[in-house]
Design a protein around this ligand. Structure first.
Ligand code: KG4
Ligand code: ZN
Length: 319
């Protein structure tokens, strides 16, 4: 099975090639520099940039795999959630390609793509827990089987990656802020500044990061050192994340957890998970990419493609 995967849900154009469940190519055109002057993603600019890159990335991915378009068995593309303009570019591109090649295509849920990103190197089958920790999502699922998901909890305000981005901006760092904040935190003391524990005493499995952000604004005014603020903020945000996951694992009797999305690259997060059996995506598969969409299609494929009428779905719950 040779599958081309495309993700244009936000600001990066991702094209991947998966052959028999193995990632053969995973290319990304980053739009970071394009949006940086605006301090966030400008949807119309993102759409145009996706259009400019798709053809080139598909050609390059096929070249890396030594394949021609005609050799593909299946095409896969993110249908949502995401920014509607960027989604439409990828979806229509892949539909047109599939139609012209007379090949099937699958429209994939972006979060299912993130979940599938941890499948490479995974030595276990479900059931397990899965935490999506990205710039747009902080969602904890119970995975009973691939395709069978139950939402246990989610953020009530900012996504954890978004919280890192906002904190980084408050600290005068660039965008995306997660990796920059992590780097600054390495020079600071994670216990130097106290932060409140979010949703203390809750019975459910939700997350909240806006209180930490407000606390950071206050602590900044109190004159703490930037590296100590970064380290302490990071520690508080990640401890909250891991605490909820540990409690869910204990309550529901799970020992294995997948942690996916951009924030899964954080080394401190990985350290805090000690004692849990956690799988993280391999390098290149954590942030938005095309290979994870192809992997989700590989896990879902049952011999029948999706109809060409399927619309883009900017707001689409997974479960
Ligand atoms: O998965 P992703 O591409 O986002 C969405 O799909 O929404 O991940 C991007 C997010 C950004 O918010 C970025 O700041 C965060 O992941 N991130 C990190 C790290 N690397 C990326 N956050 C904390 N520590 C990191 N090392
Ligand atoms: Zn994503």
């Amino acid at each position: 099975m040779r599958i081309l995967g495309v993700d244009t849900s936000c600001d990066d154009t991702g094209v991947g090639l998966v052959v028999e469940g193995r990632v053969v190519a995973n290319l990304r055109a980053s739009q970071e520099a394009l949006h940086a002057p605006f301090g966030g993603v400008v949807p119309e600019l993102a759409s145009r940039e996706h259009l400019r890159w798709l053809d080139r990335l598909v050609a390059e991915a096929l070249a890396q795999g030594g394949l021609a378009l005609e050799d593909l068995d299946l095409l896969a593309v993110t249908r949502g959630p995401g920014l509607v303009g960027p989604l439409l570019v990828g979806l229509n591109y892949v539909k047109a390609l599939a139609w012209s090649l007379d090949k099937p295509y699958l429209a994939i849920h972006h979060l299912e793509g993130h979940l599938a990103s941890a499948w490479v190197g995974l030595k276990e089958e479900p059931p397990f827990l899965a935490l999506i920790a990205s710039g747009g999502h902080t969602h904890l699922f119970e995975v009973s089987a691939w395709g069978d998901y139950r939402l246990l909890g989610a953020t009530r305000d900012d996504a954890v990656g978004e919280a890192f981005d906002k904190a980084a901006r408050l600290l005068g760092l660039g965008y995306p802020g997660g990796p920059l904040l992590e780097a600054l935190a390495r020079e600071g003391d994670p216990h130097a500044v106290s932060f409140p524990l979010p949703l203390k005493g809750q019975k459910g499995y939700d997350f909240s990061f806006s209180g930490l952000k407000t606390a950071l604004v206050q602590r900044l005014e109190q004159g703490f050192a930037r590296e100590d603020l970064a380290a302490s903020f990071q520690e508080a945000a990640l401890r909250h994340l891991v605490q909820v996951v540990r409690r869910a694992a204990r309550d529901l009797g799970h020992t294995t957890v997948l942690i996916v999305g951009g924030v899964a690259q954080n080394a401190r997060l990985q350290a805090l998970c000690e004692g849990l059996k956690v799988y993280f995506p391999l390098p290149g598969l954590a942030t938005d990419n095309g290979a994870m969409i192809a992997l989700a299609a590989w896990l879902r494929w049952q011999g029948k493609g999706d109809p060409l009428e399927l619309p883009a779905s900017p707001y689409l719950p997974l479960a």
